[in-house]
Design a protein around this ligand. Structure first.
Ligand SMILES: Cc1cc2nc3c(=O)[nH]c(=O)nc-3n(C[C@H](O)[C@H](O)[C@H](O)COP(=O)(O)OP(=O)(O)OC[C@H]3O[C@@H](n4cnc5c(N)ncnc54)[C@H](O)[C@@H]3O)c2cc1C
Length: 308
């Protein structure tokens, strides 16, 4: 199970609903490699993520609660340093004055070696996604069963389902990621810039990523991918690091790059489209799906797969 299936399992369990689950290992699965970064203000346009103020507190409460239940820390808050060169800097200064961005801006750093400056953002965090999926599988192991008897079948297949044609056209993207050992690097912040990011993972280790490739949708790491991420790591961290792992996964992306839930024409239900932001959206979207499945609420129109 990936982030979607694991979050739904917990939300059903919190609501006291019975369920069973079935998982097949797929090479390109995304949650097993994700860095788990939550970055409040994203992209070249430097805008707050879609419905951030709603989904971020839900994600934090959820991962803290599951962490307490399972005895494993899953939520690691960090400031985000968004580096900018000369060209980007004026646009960033304009953006941070906008009312929708202001609440996420903690300050501006102008003396950052090798850059024009950095915007320091609040609300960032790393979710230990692989640990989360592992502890979830272990927690609900006794509930694993054949799906045939389930009242509703919910497909949380990630990119495997989308590539298989579940929703027609998709925009899934392969990404490669490196695990690094770099004891001399700063480990009190996440850094974004140079087309990638650097995320501290404890004890002098980091995740660095990532590439976006829309063909060759497989889980195989490549030489070019490694070189591209090493360039990002050098620019954001420095030259003194050792690569300890190199992985690849496929981000499940549908049109609008937003998650989708709801019924398929054959009566089954889908939860997919978490894209590059599964850590932020999976808990809150799972809650909305659980409420719809149990008849407590209608489908959130912005998440409804029927609107695709
Ligand atoms: C390199 C990289 C870095 C990333 N970094 C971040 C990040 O920093 N922050 C962030 O929020 N997101 C990140 N993401 C995105 C994140 O990984 C995804 O949003 C999220 O993990 C998707 O979860 P999912 O459960 O939908 O899919 P998946 O993780 O792919 O899980 C789907 C599961 O379903 C199983 N499955 C598939 N088909 C079937 C079937 N027919 N029957 C049974 N089981 C099946 C698969 O084996 C898999 O276990 C990153 C992605 C990549 C590739």
């Amino acid at each position: 199970m990936g982030l979607a299936g694991c979050c739904l399992a917990w939300q059903l369990s919190f609501a006291g609903r019975a369920f069973s689950w079935h998982d097949e290992v797929w090479d390109g699965a995304s949650s097993r490699v994700a860095a788990g970064m939550i970055n409040p203000v994203t992209g070249k346009n430097f805008n707050p993520s879609w419905r951030l103020a709603e989904f971020l507190p839900e994600a934090e409460a959820f991962f803290r609660k599951v962490g307490e239940i399972t005895g494993r820390q899953l939520w690691f808050p960090f400031p985000v340093w968004r580096m900018a060169g000369e060209q980007e800097w004026p646009k960033f200064l304009e953006k941070i004055a906008a009312p929708e961005t202001q609440p996420w801006v903690a300050g501006v750093e102008e003396s950052v070696s090798g850059w024009r400056g950095a915007v320091v953002l609040r609300g960032g965090a790393r979710v230990a996604t692989r640990d989360f999926c592992e502890v979830t599988r272990a927690h609900f192991a006794a509930q694993q069963a054949e799906v045939a008897g389930a009242a509703r079948l919910v497909l949380c297949e990630g990119a495997a389902g989308l590539i298989g044609g579940r929703l027609g056209h998709h925009r899934c993207a392969k990404g490669e990621i490196l695990s690094l050992r770099a004891p001399s690097w700063r480990s009190d912040r996440m850094v974004i810039g140079a087309g990638g990011w650097l995320v501290p993972t404890g004890e002098g280790t980091f995740k660095a990523g990532s590439t976006y490739v829309w063909d060759r949708l497989d889980g195989t790491p490549t030489k070019e991918g490694r070189e591209a991420v090493e360039r990002i790591a050098r620019r954001l961290g420095g030259d003194d690091f050792e690569v300890i792992d190199h992985e690849a996964g496929i981000r499940p992306i549908v049109r609008r790059s937003q998650p989708v839930i709801g019924p398929l024409p054959d009566g089954r239900v889908i939860f997919n489209g978490l894209g590059s932001k599964g850590s932020l959206y999976a808990p809150g979207v799972a809650t909305r799906l659980e409420r719809w499945l149990t008849g407590e609420a209608g489908l959130d129109p912005e998440l409804d797969v029927g609107g695709l």
